[in-house]
Design a protein. Structure first.
Length: 355
């Protein structure tokens, strides 16, 4: 998602939106814990702080990232670590509010690291570039953050480790999850409109609107976000729990089966009680809202959820579909918490044995 135009307001509003009188705990990685989380914003007010790169530093690269963690941790407490990865054209601070797991860090003992991609390569000669995750520029940074968090909180205290990625961040999560570094560390992958194991067909007119607000041109069949690469295996080469979330308008339909659920011996999917939110998410694409497939201004909504029960080893396989939603509308509080609860309930333990 291209939100460069939203960043011009800079960092001036950051201090104003920090939680006044927030509870503080000891520093971890140089970050004083605060509840509610620091530089927290909502709606149009977020535009002023989107350029803030974070409160923690990767010492090997000097790059900043956001770190949110529980303020009431006691020795030996277990945490769920989420590496929260933004999509194309976006930035860590937007992603931090798009999937606001930080709101539940104290309740569910979450450690959430939210980085920003380093480069904005141009895909069309002569055209402006778009910030995206690039292996040569970013993989080391993602690995460094993981190592820093493991060491700071103790590998023995990482109950589970999840990659969570929106759009190209989800595609990046799929790319790295079975890499040599991550395959023995990651317990789960949350794809936020970033590709499903057992592909959900993308709306033929998926994408941002044209300059005049009209829908993008139709995509050729079999292309678009979530399309498998030529020759790609049907299943990942390593095992992890998997949650897929999408807006209703982004896809043609959600498959009723899952090859990953079949691999794990899960039972047929079960539809959960509909999730209703009377509060909107925090952010949206401020420059290009209005095309329903791409996304409107954040608003309340409802979501459906399907769980594949009785998976081997207690693994979680689930799908969430947010009704009447597009690609860039920030997740509402109840659907966010429902996803977080599944992540926390899923089995973990890879970190304790990781090299």
């Amino acid at each position: 998602m291209k939100i460069a135009s939203m960043l011009t307001a800079g960092l001036a509003g950051a201090a104003l939106l920090s939680a006044a009188g927030a509870a503080e705990a000891k520093d971890v990685l140089g970050v004083a814990c605060k509840s509610p989380p620091p530089v927290h914003c909502s709606g149009d007010a977020c535009q002023a702080v989107l350029g803030d790169p974070g409160n923690a530093v990767d010492p090997k690269t000097g790059r900043k990232f956001w770190l949110d963690y529980p303020c009431d941790l006691k020795p030996g407490d277990k945490v769920v670590f989420i590496l929260n990865i933004h999509g194309a054209g976006s930035i860590g601070q937007w992603q931090r509010h798009y999937f606001p797991a930080m709101d539940y860090k104290d309740k569910y003992k979450l450690v959430v690291a939210t980085p920003t991609a380093a480069t904005s390569p141009s895909r069309v000669p002569g055209q402006p570039g778009v910030r995206v995750w690039v292996p040569a520029a970013d993989d080391e940074h993602l690995q460094n953050i993981t190592t820093e968090v493991f060491e700071a909180f103790g590998k023995q205290n990482i109950k589970s480790f999840w990659l969570a990625g929106h759009s190209q961040g989800g595609a990046t999560s799929h790319r790295i999850v079975c890499s040599d570094f991550f395959k023995d560390k990651v317990d789960g992958l949350l794809s936020l409109s970033g590709g499903r194991v057992g592909r959900a067909e993308i709306n033929p007119r998926f994408g941002p609107p044209k300059a005049d607000g009209s829908p993008p041109d139709p995509r050729p069949p079999g292309t678009g976000l979530g399309a498998p690469a030529p020759g790609a295996p049907a299943l990942p080469t390593c095992q992890f729990s998997h949650i897929f979330e999408t807006g209703e308008h982004e896809i043609v339909s959600l498959p009723a089966t899952s090859p990953l659920a079949e691999e794990f011996g899960c039972a047929a999917r079960v539809e959960e009680k509909e999730i209703a939110d009377d509060q909107p998410g925090y952010v949206w694409d401020y420059a290009r809202q209005g095309y329903p497939v791409w996304g409107m201004k954040a608003r309340p909504g409802k979501a459906k959820a399907w769980i594949y029960p009785k998976c081997k080893g207690g693994r979680v396989v689930a799908d969430f579909e947010r009704l009447d939603k597009g690609h860039t509308e920030g997740l509402e509080p109840h659907v966010t918490e429902a996803i977080v609860k599944l992540m926390v309930a899923a089995p973990g333990g890879k970190a304790q044995h990781a090299s």
